[in-house]
Design a protein. Structure first.
Length: 155
């Protein structure tokens, strides 16, 4: 019971960062038994480091004040600088650790958000991959679902 309640709260927290269109896409995928798979690999262009939205405890950051609060709590986020806003009103940031060649000045000590880019949740938040990014998002039937179907066939 606790585990399912924890999953429910996690889902509701995650849902807060979804765009309206992202909520519909998420539900549509669930109804069809599909999920988003991240495919491809990094091309090292650095575009993801030069125009990124950051998320705080209350969702995607929309104000400099919210960003200041994040930096107080997590000083390592001071490496980001505000460069504007996107069409949804979210702050856009550039990482000061990104070199003109698109590489990280301290690759070994990147933040978890850098190491995990791109996450499939980007699709539901209304985000996009940078132009010419080596990654792509693909709709797939989850492996677990295929495995369960095959195991049922064997019985």
């Amino acid at each position: 019971m606790k585990n399912s309640l924890r999953k429910c709260f996690q889902f509701l927290k995650e849902l807060r960062s979804f765009s309206l269109l992202g909520i519909f896409k998420y539900l549509w995928l669930k109804l069809r038994g599909r999920s988003i798979l991240v495919a491809g690999s990094c091309r090292g262009c650095g575009a993801c480091c030069r125009s990124i939205c950051l998320e705080g405890s209350d969702g995607w950051l929309r104000s400099r004040k919210a960003f200041t609060e994040i930096v107080k709590k997590y000083p390592e986020y001071n490496r980001f600088e505000v460069i504007g806003k996107d069409q949804q009103g979210f702050l856009l940031f550039s990482c000061t650790w990104c070199t003109p060649q698109g590489t990280c000045l301290n690759y070994e000590n990147r933040l978890p958000l850098c190491c995990n880019f791109p996450e499939s949740s980007l699709v539901f938040a209304g985000g996009r991959l940078p132009v010419n990014c080596g990654y792509s998002f693909t709709e797939v039937v989850p492996f677990e679902k295929i495995l369960r179907q095959e195991l049922k066939k064997e019985k």
